[in-house]
Design a protein. Structure first.
Length: 124
């Protein structure tokens, strides 16, 4: 089975699971997994997350910001959590390279950290 097909199947599974999440953290985790396994991403973490989140929290962004702040490489700015600057974000967005190169690798690292953190919290 090709990697693309595996990613697609994982995305479908997490899309289905997100509709039946038992807790808010499970809904957040399901949406983050969907972001991770979506092959063609157009936005940063927040934009992609908003496409897939099906929880009931009035402000799920607060939970994302909490997770950003726990990441050791957090930039200190919740709007642009990946180290660099707003300029780096705009350059990546303008060239549609949000998820590639050094800046994209940091974004993937942050996403993986957020998933691992939520998994730990759910296991407690």
């Amino acid at each position: 089975m090709t990697q693309t097909l595996k990613s697609l199947l994982r995305g479908i599974l997490w899309a289905w699971r997100s509709r039946f999440a038992k807790s808010e953290k499970e809904a957040l985790l399901a949406a983050l997994y969907r972001v991770k396994f979506t092959t063609f991403k157009r936005y940063g973490i927040c934009g992609e997350f908003n496409r897939y989140y099906h929880g009931k929290a009035a402000e799920p962004g607060k939970e994302l910001k909490r997770l950003f702040a726990l990441w050791p490489k957090f930039s200190g700015c919740a709007v642009y959590p990946v180290p660099g600057s707003g300029v780096a974000y705009c350059r990546a967005a303008g060239t549609r390279r949000m998820w590639s190169g050094e800046y994209g690798d940091l974004r993937k690292e942050l996403l993986n950290f957020m998933i691992e953190q939520l998994e730990k919290e759910l296991a407690e």
